[in-house]
Design a protein around this ligand. Structure first.
Ligand code: SAM
Length: 287
């Protein structure tokens, strides 16, 4: 069977099943074989690998994954896509299709079933409305994974990989960079999808660190501080933290901690590196 990356085959398949695109599920299907090859190469998929695919759609990327990987588990929320996937992936015995919401599944159990001895690779053309919860969920649940190689909105890819002092730098950059090394693989224009999204897209590879690049005594507190500092972007870090009800430190305590670290008391969150947030967290905790 010719692949779904051929736009004509995608159109025929959609017609054959009378499939209606669901905007609420972020359905934009890839129709560009070169982009798919690039994603496969960037994720470095081999026959040794088990891959978790999020949102297979009609199976376009799944066909590529099935040819390269040992095993693929693909989680799709839309029940209307399941009979289509069963058809388009019928030639690939190494694919398991799971109907469900990726944000609600027991991912640890799924991953240990498909890949008991090796970290998995996560590959997806993500539904953009839930990019951040999906990626943060994978990291925070400590799913054993090697890399996440995903298509996201270009603006979100930029936010994940920038450092301090740029306008895109924020809580997402710090959270991603605590767990992984980001690398933008390719920019992808809207005409590589059916239907065309309203935004530009990019493929980003996040390579999981064996251990975080900074050490911090209380990870949870550091992330609370990070979120509080970026909640009110134009405010100083002292005010951001002071105004956050979930953070138990006064403005005075934060000011004193900054001074002890040699940082100006008027500094803004966007000027601090991950290392500096870790030091601030340790400093505040020890009082
Ligand atoms: N992988 C296909 C491709 O590249 O052509 C489709 C990608 S499309 C951008 C996103 C897919 O994720 C859709 O098939 C959508 O139904 C599915 N999806 C949306 N929300 C989901 C969720 N919470 N859990 C699992 N799949 C989801």
């Amino acid at each position: 069977m010719e692949k779904l990356s051929n736009p004509q085959i995608t159109i025929e398949t959609i017609k054959k099943y009378g499939f209606d695109f669901q905007k609420k599920y972020g359905q934009n299907f890839l129709i560009d074989g070169r982009v798919l090859e690039k994603i496969m190469d960037a994720a470095e998929i081999t026959k040794e690998d088990s891959v978790l695919e999020i949102g297979p759609g009609i199976g376009t990327m799944t066909q590529y994954l099935a040819e390269r990987a040992g095993r693929v588990a693909a989680v799709e929320i839309d029940p209307k896509l399941i009979p289509i996937l069963t058809d388009t992936l019928s030639e690939y015995p190494n694919v398991t299709i799971i109907q469900g919401d990726i944000l609600k599944l027991d991912l640890k159990a799924l991953v240990s079933e498909i890949s008991p001895d090796r970290p998995v690779k996560v590959v997806a053309n993500l539904p953009y409305y839930i990019t951040t919860p999906i990626i943060m969920g994978l990291f925070e649940q400590h799913i054993p994974l090697d890399n996440i190689t995903v298509m996201v909105q270009k603006e979100v890819a930029d936010r994940m990989q920038v450092g301090p002092g740029t306008k895109d730098y924020g809580a997402l950059s710090l959270a991603v960079q605590y767990y992984a090394k980001p690398y933008i693989v390719a920019n992808v224009p809207p005409n590589c999808f059916i239907p065309r999204p309203n935004v530009a897209s990019a493929v980003i590879r996040l390579t999981r660190y064996p251990a975080p690049p900074v050490t911090v005594k209380n990870e949870k507190l550091m992330f609370q501080l990070i979120r509080a500092s970026f909640n009110q972007r134009r405010k100083t870090l002292v005010n951001g933290i002071g105004n956050a009800p979930e953070v138990p430190f006064t403005k005075e305590e934060t000011t004193q901690a900054l001074i002890r670290l040699g940082l100006p008391s008027t500094v803004r969150g966007e000027a601090l590196t991950l290392e500096e947030f870790a030091r601030l967290s340790d400093e505040l905790e020890q009082g």
